[in-house]
Design a protein around this ligand. Structure first.
Ligand code: F6P
Length: 369
């Protein structure tokens, strides 16, 4: 028999995504409905591991009043970090260098000491891997999938993705007229890490003429041919959407900063290479727009808001039903639960045979292959 729950905690980790506040609101509200307290941990697990950073406390009770009216707000009221992995926590070494240490036991001790019965861990693949490790060490944990990149497996989608694609599509819509007026090639770089979901969905919805994805190493000769073909047909401008993780056939990914202890490598800059190369090959005037972190900001769309609210409520229901070590996942018609084990450390790439990609090919989009 598992101990009845009286107090839970929630944390948000990794890059922020529109919808995090809606998850927090639903979790706090569903917990309060059951007579449970819900505590918020600041900046991933840093509120527990680095309490000195928080003069007003790294962990605090979240009341219904505090989460009222936040569902439509971007960001996260708890703060987040992608530099505080408790399993590989950046730690100063005796020789002055920065090493790493596993501080996950401190989280378990904290929960025990403070009488916190369970954790709702909201995050992407990194955060869900941490959640799984905590579950294996004996903590009651339910994971909530979050990422604008849509690269998490076993869930139809995650909140944040629709908001990112909607905004990026609006940007592509706006770029059609200026590219056309100046007869230019405009390259639009979007986030997405090693998966091309944002680029694919944005490019198709926005009517881009070429889309470059990490899943399809590209040949710029093919893209230049597309530009020339459009010119020959009198359509004197071309829009190219490129995923930050896309790479040329015989080349490398564009990396802004290499991986460090506690932090993955930062991708970015491929748009500039593509634009420069296309300018040289076609002789056309070329511009680059990097949408970057704009895709992470703003209000969640109604789709993302609803998904996030459903996730928060389902996470509390899962705990109430005695579940642990599961992630809430978007299925149809209802939310379902999958074992964290099945998602931790896995990435969902765009399948080359998916119908959205085939749709692009039928529309005449060039994928650089
Ligand atoms: O995972 C979300 C994401 O926005 C990626 O698309 C991007 O590569 C990364 O986070 C950027 O993270 P940072 O916040 O470190 O710039």
């Amino acid at each position: 028999m598992t101990k009845p729950i009286k107090r839970i905690a929630i944390c948000t980790g990794g890059g922020d995504a529109p919808g995090l506040n809606a998850v927090i609101r639903a979790t706090v509200s569903a917990a309060a409905n059951r007579g449970w307290d819900c505590l918020g941990i600041r900046d991933g697990y840093n509120g527990i591991l680095e309490p000195g950073q928080y003069p007003t406390g790294g962990v605090a009770l979240l009341t219904r009043e505090q989460v009222r009216g936040i569902s439509h707000l971007g960001g996260t009221i708890l703060g987040t970090t992608n530099k505080g992995d408790p399993l590989h926590f950046p730690t100063p070494m005796p020789d002055g260098s920065i090493g790493e240490s596993d501080r996950s036991d401190e989280i378990l001790s904290y929960f025990q000491r403070e009488g916190i019965d369970a954790l709702v861990a909201v995050g992407g693949d990194g955060s869900l891997t941490i959640a799984n490790a905590l579950h294996r060490k004996g903590l009651r944990v339910v994971g909530v999938p979050k990422t604008i990149d849509n690269d998490l497996d076993k869930t139809f989608t995650t909140f944040g993705f629709d908001t990112a694609v909607s905004f990026a599509t609006d940007c592509v819509d706006r770029l059609h007229s200026t590219a056309q007026s100046h007869q230019r090639v405009i390259v639009i770089e979007v986030m997405g890490r090693y998966a091309g979901w944002i680029a694919l969905h944005t490019g198709i919805a926005g009517g881009a003429h070429a889309i470059l994805l990490p899943e399809i190493p590209f040949d710029l000769d093919k893209v230049a041919d597309k530009v020339r073909q459009r010119d020959a047909e009198g359509r004197l401008y071309t829009l190219v959407v490129v995923a930050e993780g896309a790479k040329p056939h015989h080349g490398q990914r564009a990396v802004l900063a290499p991986a460090e202890i506690g932090h993955a490598e930062r991708l970015g800059g491929i748009g500039y290479h593509v634009a420069q190369d296309l300018a040289q090959r076609t002789g056309k005037d070329t511009r680059v727009v990097v949408l970057g972190h704009l895709l992470r900001g703003g209000s969640p769309t109604s789709f993302d808001r609803l998904a996030a609210l459903r996730f928060g409520s389902a996470a509390v229901r899962a705990l109430d039903e005695g579940r642990s070590g599961v992630m809430v996942a978007l299925g149809y018609p209802d939310i379902n639960y999958v074992n964290l084990e099945e998602v931790a450390g896995r990435m969902k790439a765009v399948p080359l045979k998916c119908d959205t990609l085939q749709t692009g090919r039928d529309l005449g989009v060039c994928f650089g292959d």
